[in-house]
Every structure is written in structure tokens, then in C-alpha cells.
Design a binder for this molecule. Structure first.
Ligand SMILES: [Zn+2]
Length: 477
């Protein structure tokens, strides 16, 4: 069979962050695309992982009274387990403390140095420990970091710098030639404007830190996040693997879009490596209209939601409720509403209805009525198009329209009451095929539900047996 390789990544998450709905959102988006590409026949590599080399890791380990190695092992394990529980279908999990990553980071750094893009300079500025980043005066609110509400420290140190400024024109030319490099389009516009405004060289290392990957030939310095964390996308497959087939999609949140759409491509240009196909950025999720923050304690736990509503219900909510690329809001009421209306009443009810009608029949394979065939084809076409446009919400809406079509058919024809055996069986056959089609096309979105429905079908010769599908989504009060 002729299949294509497809490589998609999520950001690697700060190991000591508590997993919240924002992490789950970006990862579920990537997972849906990964599953979609598999469904379409591609050979998919799907990478996620943990960023462990931050100074914050050291402090968090100290606080928990653990050796740093056992601390990072424990936390990386917790992230991996969480993704398993949320049915994330990643094919690799990378940790920045792994040997394969450290080797790649060293090789990568060497390439930038050989291109004369790394130089030693002096860095002075206001540094926020919480952000692990230098802050410009105009980013501060009342002299404080707006995210951490703390006064940044004045720091003066010797750092290695990356000549990002050299890549302004090359980046703009690249954007020009690759009109869909960043999606959605309004985010691409922001990136272009930022680069058009001019680029400054950026600090690429930190002094006097005892955790992280040392700068090759200068162990006084450790490599800062850019040339460490971002390189993970290459480390997973190796430099040769990347040369052969770089990432097709980096899925990120809008807060880290610039790093992926400006700094990362410039680094790859400098290293003489191919650029990724696309960077896609989701918006922020608020909770009940309020931005998620640790201090507010409103970070909704996706594991808890998955437990109470089911993994597929969580996936459905995030994919259906928020148009991709825009900011969205989670609230318990909205979740319940979607759950009861679309899942319990919509899909769950239709599956129960059709399987109840079908289980009493011996259904021979017939040919599908033309209106059903048309409706299914239309839905297929819409879903393919919407997936290309990253409009997951519209793709799901189209599938739900197909369900409504089926529901209307049951009501209008009063299928349960058709006396003529042939006519009744034809009507039920139509509905069974429609339900099976829905199950198949839902696979990338709601993998568990898709499987449950598909398992209710059994074929023996040209006879189709359907088991009753009960309570896919029990109503929640
Ligand atoms: Zn900060």
C-alpha cells in the first residue's frame, strides 16, 4: 500500500506544571489530527513529552524533598499516565533529560556555531524567575510581571547569543512562499507583523546554573530553553530523520506561537535543516470567563472531567464548543448542556433507537436508498474539507446533521410500525448503515464511542447482526 509519513507534535510541557485543561486541549487537538491522518491511511508519528531542564525543576524537587532524578522520573511518569488515560495516541514520549535529546542538542548547537550564529555577549535586563524570561519595561504592569505579580530582578551576565536578527528577511520570504505556514490566518498575520517590526538577537544560555545541558566547550553555561526544548522535535527522530521528513505540524497554544513560528524556523535555517510544514495555534481557554491561573485555583482538572463525563465527552466538548484558533470558555453548565443535548440525546439516543429496531431483525445486505447514500457522501465531503481547514467544530456539526437526518427518517417513516417486512427491513438497513458510517467517521474524534458502536455490529456472510447499544452517554442531572 502507498502510505505517506506524517509527523505531528505537541509542545513538551513543563514537568512540574499541574496538568490543566489547556494542556489537555492542545494535546487532544494534536491527537485528533494524528488519528485523522491514520484513518486516512498515513503512517503517523505523534510526539509529546516533558521539558525537564528548567531551573524551576530544581526548585520544585527541593521543595518536595526528593532527589532531582527520582523527582523527574516520577513526574514524567505521571504525564505519560495522564495521556494514556485521556487515550492520547502518541507514538513517542520525549524527555529532555534523555541521552538522545542531549546528543541532538549538542549537534544542533554545533551547527549554529559553525554557521557563525552563536556569539558571546553581555546580557543585562529585568528577569522574571517565574517566566524564566527577560522582560521589557513596557511589558510590566506597575513594575511587576503581569503573570507573576512579582518585581523582576535586574541581571547582568555573560551569555551566548543567537543571531536571530540575521533571519528577518529569510523568515519573511519564507512566510511569503508558504501561505499556510501558520494557522489560523489571523495568527499568521500577527507573526508577520512581529517579524516585520525587526528582530533582536536572543540570549541562548544561562550562567551559574547546575541543571540543564551545558554549552559545548563551555560548562560554565547551560543552554537556555530555545536551543534545548525546541530541539526535542528533532531529537525524537534524529537529525537524519528530520532531514528526511521534518514535522508536518507543530500544534501549540497561542502563548508559544512566536517561539515556534519565528525562533524555531530561524534556528533550523541556521542549522541548514528543513522547516516544519505548519505551526497551528489554539486560543486560550478560560474557566467561567476567567483566565486559568494557579493562584486563582480554577485550573479545571481534565482527569476529573474525564472521570465524571468520560474521555470522549471531554474531547467532544473541546472540539465542538471552541472554534479552533479562537479563545474559548469552559464551564460546568456548558459541559453538561453539550453532554445532555448532543451526546446523551443526540448520538446516544440515536444509537439506542437504531440498534433496538435492528436487533429484532435478520438483516440481509441490501443496497442503500439513494437519499441515504447522498447524505452520507455529503457528510464525508464536508468532514474532509473541514478537517483540512482545522474546523473541528464544523466537522462534528456535519456529523450531527447526519444523525438528525437519520432521526427525522425514523420519525417520519414511523419505521417501528412498518408492517411490510421488506419495506421495514430496507428502512432499518438504511439506518444501520448510517449509524455504522457515523461510528467510522467519529473514530478520530471520539475513539472509545466509535469502538463501542462498531463492536455492536457483526457480519456473517451477508447477514448483519446488531446488538442493542445501551446508554453510550447516560444523562447527567
Ligand atoms: Zn513572570
Amino acid at each position: 500500500m502507498d502510505y505517506e509519513k506524517f509527523y505531528i507534535t505537541t509542545p513538551i510541557y513543563y514537568i512540574n506544571d499541574k496538568l490543566h485543561i489547556g494542556h489537555a486541549y492542545t494535546t487532544i487537538i494534536a491527537d485528533t489530527i494524528a488519528r485523522w491522518r491514520r484513518f486516512r491511511g498515513d503512517d503517523v508519528l505523534f510526539l509529546t513529552g516533558t521539558d525537564e531542564n528548567s531551573q524551576k525543576t530544581v526548585e520544585a524537587a527541593k521543595k518536595s524533598g526528593e532527589e532531582i532524578i527520582s523527582y523527574t522520573d516520577r513526574l514524567a511518569g505521571a504525564w505519560e499516565t495522564a495521556w494514556e488515560k485521556l487515550r492520547i495516541s502518541n507514538t513517542d514520549f520525549i524527555r529532555t533529560t534523555e541521552e538522545r535529546h542531549i546528543t541532538t542538542v549538542n549537534d544542533f548547537w554545533e551547527r549554529l556555531r559553525a554557521a557563525d550564529d552563536i556569539y558571546l555577549g553581555k546580557y543585562e535586563g529585568l528577569y522574571c524567575k517565574g517566566c524564566e524570561a527577560f522582560k521589557k519595561e513596557d511589558e510590566l504592569v506597575d513594575e511587576c510581571c503581569p503573570d507573576h505579580k512579582t518585581v523582576p530582578e535586574f541581571i547582568s551576565e555573560e551569555n551566548y547569543f543567537f543571531r536571530l536578527s540575521r533571519y528577518q528577511k529569510q523568515l519573511l520570504d519564507f512566510y511569503e512562499a508558504h501561505g499556510d505556514f501558520v494557522a489560523p490566518a489571523h495568527r499568521f498575520q500577527e507573526v508577520k507583523s512581529f517579524v516585520e517590526g525587526g528582530l533582536e538577537d536572543i540570549s541562548f544560555s544561562r550562567e551559574k546554573q547546575d541543571w540543564g545541558i551545558p554549552v559545548p566547550n563551555d560548562p560554565r553555561q547551560v543552554i537556555y530553553v530555545w536551543a534545548d526544548a525546541l530541539v526535542n522535535y528533532v531529537s525524537s527522530i534524529g537529525i537524519e530523520g528530520w532531514e528526511e521528513h521534518p514535522a508536518d505540524i507543530h500544534a501549540v497554544g497561542k502563548d508559544i506561537l512566536r517561539f515556534h513560528a519565528v525562533i524555531w524556523p530561524a534556528m533550523l535555517m541556521s542549522a541548514g535543516l528543513p522547516l516544519p510544514g505548519q505551526v497551528i495555534a489554539n486560543g486560550y481557554l478560560t474557566v467561567g470567563g476567567v483566565k486559568i491561573s494557579k493562584s486563582l485555583g480554577n485550573a479545571v482538572d481534565p482527569m476529573d472531567l474525564a472521570e465524571r463525563y468520560g474521555v470522549d465527552a471531554l474531547r467532544y466538548f473541546l472540539l465542538r464548543e471552541v472554534p479552533y484558533g479562537h479563545d474559548g470558555d469552559y464551564s460546568e453548565e456548558k459541559m453538561k448542556e453539550r453532554y445532555n443535548a448532543d451526546l446523551a440525546n443526540g448520538l446516544g439516543n440515536f444509537a439506542a433507537r437504531v440498534s433496538t429496531l435492528a436487533e429484532k431483525e435478520e438483516l440481509k445486505a441490501l443496497s442503500l436508498d439513494i437519499e441515504f447514500e447522498n447524505q452520507i457522501n455529503v457528510t464525508n465531503g464536508v468532514v474532509v474539507k473541514k478537517m483540512e481547514e482545522l474546523k473541528f467544530n464544523d466537522a462534528l456539526a456535519a456529523i450531527w446533521e447526519l444523525l438528525s437526518f437519520g432521526d427525522r427518517y425514523v420519525n417520519e417513516k414511523k419505521v417501528w410500525a412498518i408492517v411490510d417486512n421488506d419495506n421495514r427491513r430496507q428502512a432499518i438497513f438504511n439506518l444501520v448503515m448510517l449509524l455504522e458510517k457515523v461510528a467510522i467517521i467519529l473514530k478520530p474524534f471520539l475513539p472509545e464511542t466509535s469502538e463501542k458502536i462498531s463492536n455492536a455490529f457483526q457480519r456473517e456472510g451477508d447477514v448483519i447482526y446488531v446488538k442493542k447499544i445501551d446508554a453510550l452517554f447516560p444523562r447527567i442531572k
